[in-house]
Design a protein around this ligand. Structure first.
Ligand code: ZN
Length: 420
């Protein structure tokens, strides 16, 4: 058995409303899993060297449940556009470039490094319609041992000609992608219809059959903006709500279902999301940048839905999930201010929980540092001032608002130290 011990201030969110913090703690890691967090090193480990991080914080690595890998190349660009202009002028032309695998290599390499740099070790990621380029990302994630779901995008209507697939081809390529990516330890394929307006009913039903055949989950966008929700209703008039389109196709039965944005859910959406334990992903920067709106995060948490956090690169310009924790709190306050009915601010602890344990829940034992969880962890330093006392919780909050990757002095994945 391989045992390591790390000393520092351990902080994690075991439950929604509360952070657990242990100063001067020893975290015992056995074969990559947290065995215990203890004040004293137990007698049985007396001969082991303790890696002492002093007053630094040891926290769980982050989970980013909504990323467009191809859009990494356009992050922070075109941010003064509205959604449909931004798609037409930046995003779709950018996605078309992924027909070239050499280009995909470069972009996906840079993205994976940047995820590690910012402490995101668990992610759910869209690629583009291109199967070969999607394979490149899958392999890069697997090589680095990151925990991820990733899938090639499907769209067979209402998309520019150069990105619009034939329904049968889209299904055939998706099946090939699923078949070729079975059996990896940490990365798994996931079905990725872009969003309802760019997918025919035939395509969505076909994906439902693949979900059953390969026991896999789905990721997509859901009730993202008023315009998108209205358009979907027009295109799918026979469904009680947008989530029902995926439910009735059998897409919510076999793996995680991950829905980005969920800004304008109807009561029927909430019912299905709760029943299927689907995860709603809050991407505050992105939905502000494209003026989609602000997720009613407090209301979804109150309705007992699992809610995670995403950067939504590239509508969100920054791969740092910790910044989205801060933004989630900030925007929940704005929403409660402008729309007080039914909306409340969320707390920092809730937002941190969303970005770690809730997001981690679609993987295997990641997102916390409770005993039994994988030691997927970050060590943070340089957050306290020397002229005043700060609690560990305050230092963590400061990191999310004002820190950056320079504060991350060590990164552990399955108990191994890694670097970008
Ligand atoms: Zn998105």
């Amino acid at each position: 058995m391989n045992v390591s011990i790390y000393r520092g201030t351990v902080v994690y969110a075991a439950e929604k409303e509360r952070l657990a913090a242990f100063s001067g703690a020893n975290i015992v890691v056995e074969d990559g899993f947290v065995k215990n967090v203890l004040k004293q090193v137990p007698e049985e480990y007396a001969g082991l060297t303790v890696k002492d991080f002093g007053d630094a914080l040891i926290i769980p690595a982050f989970s980013d449940l909504h990323i467009h890998a191809s859009q990494y190349a356009q992050r922070g660009v075109g941010m003064d556009k509205l959604l449909f202009e931004w798609l037409r002028d930046y995003t779709f032309p950018q996605e078309a470039k992924f027909a070239d695998c050499r280009y995909a290599e470069k972009v996906y390499d840079a993205l994976v490094k940047d995820l590690i740099r910012h402490g995101t070790f668990h992610a759910s990621i869209f690629t583009t319609i291109h199967t070969e380029a999607s394979d490149i990302l899958f392999r890069k994630l697997a090589e680095r041992g990151l925990y991820a779901y990733t899938g090639k995008v499907n769209m067979d209507c209402n998309a520019p000609d150069y990105l619009c697939e034939k329904t049968a081809e889209s299904l055939r390529d998706t099946e090939r992608f699923l078949l070729e990516h079975q059996g990896y330890a940490t990365v798994k394929p996931i079905l990725t219809p872009r969003f309802a307006p760019t997918c025919s009913e035939k395509l969505i039903k076909g994906l439902g059959k693949l979900a059953k055949k390969y026991a896999c989950g789905v990721q997509t966008h859901l009730v993202e903006s008023i315009a998108e929700a209205a358009w979907t209703k027009e295109l799918f008039p026979d469904y009680s709500c947008e989530t029902a389109i995926y439910e009735q196709a059998g897409l919510l039965d076999y793996g995680p279902s991950v829905f980005a944005h969920v800004i304008f859910p109807a009561r029927e959406d909430i019912t299905i999301l709760r029943k299927s334990r689907s995860v709603s992903v809050h991407c505050p920067d992105a939905t502000a940048n494209i003026t989609a709106g602000i997720m009613p995060a407090a209301a979804l948490l109150k309705a007992e839905l699992p809610v995670a956090v995403g950067t939504d690169i590239g509508a969100g310009p920054n791969p740092a999930v910790y910044r989205q924790i801060a933004r989630a709190v900030q925007l929940s306050k704005l929403k409660a201010f402008f729309e007080p009915e039914g909306n409340e601010p969320i707390s920092f602890a809730e937002a941190f929980y969303m970005a770690t344990k809730a997001g981690g829940s679609i993987f295997d034992r990641v997102g916390s540092l409770e005993p039994g969880y994988r030691f997927n962890a970050l060590v943070l330093d340089g957050l306290a001032d020397d002229f005043s006392e700060m609690t560990p919780e305050e230092q963590l909050e400061r990191f999310c608002y004002a820190g950056d990757d320079r504060n991350i002095i060590a990164r552990y994945l399955d108990g191994r130290e890694i670097s970008p």
